[in-house]
Design a protein around this ligand. Structure first.
Ligand code: SAM
Length: 197
């Protein structure tokens, strides 16, 4: 039987594919650095950031370098991605406060209300159930916590309605991120305070 759509979330990024993804995206370090610079003002002093679908941890490590005060947790369903992210944290000497764990976004091994900021870059369109994933994100976010989703343009409508269902009452901001003149991805920021976005 040929691989079908459902396989993509669990297997498509594991093993050799994870290593290929890391090699390909390592050239995009500047993109993750640019995203990290835009995101760090949303993280309070000594705050806890959770990066879901962290992959090899490019964003996780870019943020960790900018914010020595922060604690960071990466989550990914693919064990090889988690291994790569933890290896990056080791190399950077930050593994005491940066840890990646294997889990599905729809079943996060984290307590309620533990995160000041949740990030999800280029991963939401892979989740088999966007609403189930965002419901877990809503559970682990502190009441004043923020969610930043960066994803493909086409994911927008589904994301908007899933956000309305799981994070009611939160403001939703949407804009295009311009990175050195390239309109890279669309960004959705969900939070309560417009000023710092
Ligand atoms: C395109 S990569 C993006 C990785 C990283 N966020 C980045 O921007 O480089 C998508 C990642 O989402 C992960 N992923 C897909 N479905 C997931 C799920 N249901 N729960 C957690 N992670 C998931 C994949 O394993 C993969 O590492």
């Amino acid at each position: 039987m040929t691989r079908h759509h459902h396989d993509t979330h669990a297997d498509a990024f594991d093993g050799e594919s994870a290593r290929r993804y890391e090699a390909r995206t390592s050239r995009l370090a500047w993109v993750y650095q640019a995203i990290a610079r835009r995101i760090v003002p949303l993280l309070p002093e000594a705050g806890h950031l959770v990066d879901v679908g962290t992959g090899p941890g490019h964003l996780l490590l870019a943020i960790a370098r900018l914010r020595p005060d922060a604690r960071l947790t990466g989550v990914d369903v693919a064990p090889e991605m988690v291994r790569l992210a933890n290896a990056r944290a080791d190399d950077a000497g930050v593994s005491v406060r940066v840890e990646a764990v294997v889990a599905d976004v729809a079943d996060l091994p984290l307590p309620d209300r533990c995160a000041d900021l949740v990030t999800a870059t280029m991963t939401a369109h892979h989740w088999p159930d966007l609403t189930a994933g965002l419901a877990e994100v809503a559970r682990v976010l502190r009441p004043a916590g923020r969610l930043v989703v960066i994803d493909r343009r086409g994911t927008g409508p589904a994301l908007r309605s899933a956000i309305a269902a799981t994070l009611p009452g939160r403001e939703v901001h949407r804009d295009i991120v311009w990175l050195r003149g390239l309109p890279a991805y669309r960004r959705w920021t969900i939070g309560q305070d417009r000023r710092s976005t």
